[in-house]
Design a protein around this ligand. Structure first.
Ligand SMILES: NC(=O)c1ccc[n+]([C@@H]2O[C@H](COP(=O)([O-])OP(=O)(O)OC[C@H]3O[C@@H](n4cnc5c(N)ncnc54)[C@H](O)[C@@H]3O)[C@@H](O)[C@H]2O)c1
Length: 246
């Protein structure tokens, strides 16, 4: 029950929200594959989990690279015997008006958030279908509903929501659920890189006038990953202080 003895891959887990999700799942008894583009930060998160009595390995992988992603899935099965949970959390932010946005910034954000999630799903869903069990949680964003200056990010996260619905339908009969968590403003590096006046504006637009905690997102992810959450799929759970209804 719960996530005990399940094996989870969390991408972009070397910092911020991903590190918090990895720690939360490990605390609840899951084996962790801490994946990040930055191998050193992945190692440091995995070490912290192991020191706290959990079981974690670090994998340095670029989620936009199919060879690296498929090798990570194989290593996961080799080390822990299965892959039961995938949390697609790796992301990138490069805000600008579309008129000033270079093509590279469109491609970086679309590739990291959307192509990366698609590749990681492609790498693990065969294993999950074969074992008749799986939990995929895609970290979207409230921004998928649209934000000025985020044509790349909002499009990428809208794509993540579409990916979630499609895969929920494709894998429902195989014991695999696919859900999204859509955070709003969270006390984590990505949001804290926004200009201070933008941060203030965003928080003021929320019914709950404080930044969210990493723990708030991790709790939502844990709910979807639970073995007992087997009748919830294709869902978007907003963790945004009510911003999406404001
Ligand atoms: N912080 C927020 O307020 C907020 C709000 C909504 C959604 N989100 C989403 O939550 C997720 C985590 O955000 P965060 O604030 O913790 O950001 P962060 O920048 O701290 O974490 C992103 C991590 O992803 C890693 N990464 C980037 N490109 C990668 C790649 N190609 N392959 C593997 N790893 C890669 C980075 O090295 C980093 O460790 C992102 O998907 C983000 O879009 C964040």
């Amino acid at each position: 029950m719960g996530v005990s003895n399940k094996t989870a891959i969390v991408t972009g887990a070397g910092s911020g929200i991903g590190a918090g999700i990895a720690a939360k799942l490990a605390k609840h008894g899951a084996n962790l594959v801490v994946c990040d583009l930055n191998g050193d930060s992945a190692k440091s998160v995995a070490e912290k989990i192991n020191t706290a009595g959990g079981r974690a390995i670090a994998v340095s992988a670029d989620v936009t690279n199919w060879e690296e992603v498929s090798a990570m899935a194989e290593e996961t099965v080799h080390v822990f015997g299965s892959v039961d949970i995938l949390v697609n959390n790796a992301g990138a932010l490069k805000d600008n008006s579309i008129l000033r946005m270079p093509l590279e910034d469109w491609e970086l954000v679309i590739n990291t958030c959307l192509k990366g999630a698609w590749l990681c799903c492609k790498a693990v869903l065969g294993h999950m279908r074969a074992q008749g069990f799986g939990r995929v949680v895609n970290i979207a964003s409230r921004a998928w509903l649209g934000n000025p200056g985020q044509s790349n990010y909002s499009s990428a996260k809208a794509g993540v929501v579409g990916l979630t619905s499609s895969l929920a339908l494709e894998f429902a009969s195989h014991g695999v659920t696919v859900n999204s968590v859509a955070p709003g403003f969270i006390e984590a590096p990505m949001a804290r890189r926004l200009p201070p006046e933008t941060q203030e504006k965003v928080i003021n637009a929320q019914p709950i006038k404080r930044p969210g905690r990493i723990e708030d997102v991790a709790n939502a992810v844990l709910f979807f990953c639970d073995e007992e959450t087997s009748y919830v799929t294709g869902q978007i759970l907003y963790v945004d202080g009510g911003r999406h209804v404001a």
